[in-house]
Write a protein of this length. Structure first.
Length: 296
């Protein structure tokens, strides 16, 4: 079953389809065709094959017509079965859209990234090599202006580097990402902030709290909610409550994306649920066909 980290990473690409070509360009230096728009496309790659192939996410770059398909796969562990499925994903989308296609594998671990980047032998002289982004390849976004121009990239940068040995630089990245959430809609703002904070090591969190420049317009409510409240009520209690709020916000977003507007009763139920309940529901979101099934 997809994990919460898996769905969290995918959410950034769903919310901002342009994130995929930005990573291809800036992190992997892939020469992209001229395009005017990036769109999310159906991820069902089955055509007439007896097997079903469903990628995590498909982004199409358009210049009046499709000019490049990007299959985004979040891979959190080593799974050699994917080395047989990935080439089928690419050829299936290429046949359907009649344009060049590449695969972008996003990982949260550099060892998994090295495994995923290995060339796949298709037989004869044919080989397939995915394009891979591990944590160390994600751009380090420390500039607040750049972060605000691309909040999803800034959040991904904070998630990738939140446990780096250089705590001061990691704190600068986290601060820029949090600054980028100012002005976002109410659904994204607390969710993105929580995604950043949950990715930080204790050392980076201390550096972030100590930063003299950490004086954004949201500081009064943000600092009280995520820092002061936890210290006043006890560190363990504050962290547990913050984690539950973050998981609830993410689950609500996933439910809305799949099932549309949620009844108030469902929202209240999710917001008051325990971490164990939230984890169980999150595991069922993708496979569930109804709200009742997801939250049974």
């Amino acid at each position: 079953m997809p994990s919460q980290l898996h769905e969290t990473l995918l959410l950034l690409f769903r919310n901002h389809p342009g994130l995929a070509p930005v990573l291809l360009d800036e992190a992997l230096h892939v020469e992209l065709p001229t395009y005017t728009e990036a769109r999310i496309e159906a991820a069902d790659l089955t055509d007439v094959q007896p097997a079903e192939y469903r990628a995590d996410l498909v982004v199409l770059l358009y210049d009046e017509r499709p000019v490049l398909g990007v299959i985004v796969e979040v891979q959190l562990g080593i799974d050699d079965r994917k080395r047989f499925a990935w080439p089928a994903y690419v050829t299936g989308l290429r046949a359907r859209m009649r344009c060049p296609v590449c695969m972008l594998v996003v990982t949260a671990d550099d060892a998994v990234a090295r495994w995923a980047a290995k060339s796949i032998d298709l037989g004869g002289t044919n080989r397939f090599r995915p394009l891979v982004i591990g944590p160390s390849a994600v751009p380090e976004i420390t500039d607040e202006v750049r972060a605000k121009s691309d909040p999803e990239l800034a959040v991904l940068s904070a998630m990738a580097h939140g446990k780096d040995d250089d705590a001061n630089k990691a704190a600068q990245i986290a601060a820029a990402a949090i600054a980028a959430t100012v002005g976002l809609d109410p659904d994204k703002r607390p969710l993105y902030r929580d995604m950043v904070l949950r990715s930080l090591s204790e050392a980076v969190t201390r550096s972030l709290k100590a930063m003299k420049t950490f004086k954004f317009e949201y500081q009064s409510d943000f600092a009280r909610e995520y820092f002061s409240k936890g210290e006043a009520q006890g560190k363990a209690e504050g962290e547990a409550a913050g984690e539950a709020r973050g998981r609830a916000a993410l689950l609500l977003k996933l439910l809305q994306l799949k099932f549309g507007a949620l009844p108030d009763a469902v929202t209240a139920r999710v917001q008051s649920a325990s971490i164990a309940e939230l984890d169980a529901w999150a595991e069922r979101v993708l496979s569930a066909t109804s709200l009742d099934e997801a939250l049974r």
